[in-house]
Design a protein around this ligand. Structure first.
Ligand code: AMP
Ligand code: ZN
Ligand code: FE
Ligand code: FE
Length: 267
């Protein structure tokens, strides 16, 4: 499979440590012909990416990643190839940003109750879409934990004492907004769905595709998802979920798609 594009990565506009410019550099160095950025709840990176990619000879596919809940379980949904001017995607982004601000406030209070106050003045001034990885950094700065991983393992992970999901968003409303914006809705990193019943239920919903190639997973691990997508007649996507220093084990370009797969997302 000839690499064409890594379809899943995060920038400084959400919880990635690389700027959009740096992602474009990485894409060019890696020999990719196209780029897509899938920040959490924001498409601000595209203001930089669109003109710069054109200058560097890269195609661009619009992308975004939303956190939703299905029967109480966290499900991430990737949107691709939507029209940046469409209102439904902007409206959904605005609602998600509000959810995050409220939710971050709850987590900060929970940490306070556990005698772990963070520097709130600095935290609530951070630019872009701010989430748990940023809270983890604030905890490291205070010496409560040594790494982002430790912060999630002990306090911020889904079943941990300082977690709050915030107002849940349904998979259905998210699929609707992506499609109403002329985009393709893709089930992200399905291996994280440990509950088979939840997976079966998700498979009945009108997704357009599934993220079958992920991070540095070997083909054997991806095969289950490739078979499933083929059976459903769904599109296939793939990407590294690169977050830079927030998730140092994930490298840009570790997973990717070839050109025919990329073109199917545009059809
Ligand atoms: P949030 O969007 O604020 O709910 O934070 C979720 C993000 O935190 C995910 O998209 C990952 O980037 C990161 N994350 C989730 N679990 C972990 C973990 N165990 N270790 C490090 N980062 C994680
Ligand atoms: Zn993330
Ligand atoms: Fe995700
Ligand atoms: Fe991601």
């Amino acid at each position: 499979m000839t690499p064409f594009a890594d379809l899943h990565c995060h920038t400084t506009h959400s919880d990635g440590s690389a700027s959009p410019e740096q992602i474009i550099d990485l894409a060019v160095k890696r020999g990719f012909k196209a780029v897509s950025i899938t920040d959490h709840d924001t498409i601000e990176a595209y203001e930089t990416v669109l003109p710069l990619a054109q200058k560097r000879g890269l195609e661009v596919m619009t992308g975004v990643e939303f956190s939703t809940h299905h029967k109480g379980v966290s499900v991430h949904i990737l949107g691709y190839n939507f029209d940046l001017r469409e209102k439904p995607i902007h409206d959904l982004i605005e609602r998600h940003k509000k959810r995050r601000t409220e939710r971050n406030q709850v987590i900060v209070e929970l940490l306070k109750k556990k005698q772990m106050p963070i520097d709130e003045a600095a935290f609530f001034k951070l630019p872009g879409v701010v989430g748990r990885p940023h809270i983890a950094l604030a905890m490291i700065a205070k010496g409560y934990v040594k790494s982002v991983k430790e912060a999630f393992l002990k306090y911020l992970g889904e079943d941990r004492p300082c977690y709050s999901p915030g107002t849940p968003f349904s998979v259905e409303e998210t699929l609707e907004a992506i499609k109403a914006s002329k985009g393709k809705a893709v089930l992200a990193h399905p291996h994280l769905l440990r509950n088979e019943k939840i997976l079966s239920s998700l498979l009945t919903l009108p997704f357009d595709g599934m993220e079958c190639y992920y991070a540095n997973f070997p083909l054997q691990k991806n095969k289950r998802w490739l078979d499933l997508a083929q059976r459903k007649g769904w599109l296939i996507t793939g990407g590294s979920d690169y977050h830079g220093t927030y998730k140092p084990t994930l490298h840009y370009g570790a997973s990717y798609v070839d050109e025919p797969t990329f073109r199917r997302l545009q059809s």
